[in-house]
Write a protein that binds this ligand. Sequence first.
Ligand SMILES: Cc1cc2nc3c(=O)[nH]c(=O)nc-3n(C[C@H](O)[C@H](O)[C@H](O)COP(=O)(O)OP(=O)(O)OC[C@H]3O[C@@H](n4cnc5c(N)ncnc54)[C@H](O)[C@@H]3O)c2cc1C
Length: 493
Amino acid sequence: MKNLQEDRRKVIKTLVLAGFGIHFVGCTSEVEPSQKKKETPVKKEPEQIVEEIEEEVKSNNVVYLTQEDEQFAELATYFNKFTQKSPAIIALVSNAEGVSEAILHAKELDLPVSVKSGGHSFEQFSSNNGGMVINMSLLNTIKWKENNEVEIGPACLLKEMYDELLPKQRILPAGSCGTVGVGGITLGGGYGFFARKYGLTCDNIISATFIDGNGEIHEVSGDHELMWALKGGGNGNFGVVSSFRFKTYPTPQHFSYTRLKAKKLDGERAKLLLETWFEYGQLLPGSCFSAFVLNGKSLTILITNFESSTPILEEMIEALTKLCDTVTSKRNTDIAGALRNYYGIQYPIYFKNASAGYYSKFSDVEGCIDQVLEKVVSTPGLIYQVNTLGGAINLDENKTQSSYPHRSFEYLSELQTYWSEGQDQKRDNYLKEFEYIQNLFYENGNRAQYRNYPSIGFKDWETAYFGDNYERLQAIKRKYDRDNTVRHPQSIQ
Ligand SMILES: Cc1cc2nc3c(=O)[nH]c(=O)nc-3n(C[C@H](O)[C@H](O)[C@H](O)COP(=O)(O)OP(=O)(O)OC[C@H]3O[C@@H](n4cnc5c(N)ncnc54)[C@H](O)[C@@H]3O)c2cc1C
């Protein structure tokens, strides 16, 4: 039996060295003091548990690893170093059966289960302290199906997805960051440059293989209640998706951008710019996306478009040009090259990001925006960003078929801040200002938040993420994960 275990470990090691399933290398597995508390203490040593499981079952569907294994540290590496956790066991699965087996073992051992695809959860809800993490790294392939549909493994990264689809002249609407996993982004929504035209990533799921928290495997499609639940309410809540089937769209012929910059802003000028941006943002055609990014006193406004220009787009650029310091524009026919510009940082860093509310119009934030902007312009390194939503995201058919609840809003905002290792005082200061702004929005009544931009500090997170759909999701949780095996601090209760 020992040999079998050794053999399996060798196979995994080979896969790891060949680059499968490893998204980041050379990172520490440092644990922040505040994260060291164990959620559920493991009664036996993890190594002993793994040995017992492997004595009991000979399975090629899953390999269990503990901190003693060479590959453990790499598999336990996540994008956000600030929220690093320390699981007892990683179940590296090869297929849906492996997920099922891992869940059943975790239930027997009374271990909480988390699910990791791309490892980009802001709060690291894809890991835990002292429990089991089902690592999907090996499920990262893309297969073409009829009607230009694609079957994608959840651990496929967005850059891998674009690299496969774009040369075939197809796109799937998704986010811009290259190293985000298809699994997490899809199950919480998924917006980006193409969403106002083609909907959220989750709106484009045709079917999925889903292993529930009771260990049962389901093939779901059509009007199955799980399809509704997975579209916006599926990340880490009541089970694991091991495969998605998506529809795709023809790649556009070009991808243009205009980037406007304004420097040395004070609160008043930032407000005028924001108000002007809001005025036009929701009128843009579906082929456009825009982001207002205020980083301390410096503002960048990005406007992208992948169809012909329209009068409203021209008007928006003209109005903002008058208020900004510089403008650059480019029309790109190499779509893959254009998207690569937005892939972002591809190695783990220390940061705090979180949703800062959904809005429909400027008046939604008028009550607190003076204080918010004053705080941002006086805090170098604090970023307040607002992104356009709307368009196809808000179509009625998408609303009824998914548990993603925020269809009536035109804008989504977020707060971001970054620091380096050892900058504890800077971090604490940022976190204080972060909380101050979150409270301003909360008191102003901006309570809806994006599930994929979670914050452990959100009050009423259940309704903030899921709105009126929370109760229906609770019923699904009770049915498909009766012992609350798959869970994290903000999973459906
Ligand atoms: C740098 C950066 C850029 C981003 N850009 C965008 C963007 O442009 N648009 C956008 O919409 N979002 C964006 N996001 C947010 C992103 O969508 C979420 O962080 C997403 O949850 C990450 O998915 P993941 O698979 O990489 O993460 P993971 O940490 O692996 O998982 C995230 C969550 O999903 C759950 N989960 C993962 N896989 C599965 C599965 N197979 N079955 C069930 N549950 C699963 C996990 O339990 C966890 O709760 C960005 C995030 C970062 C860090």
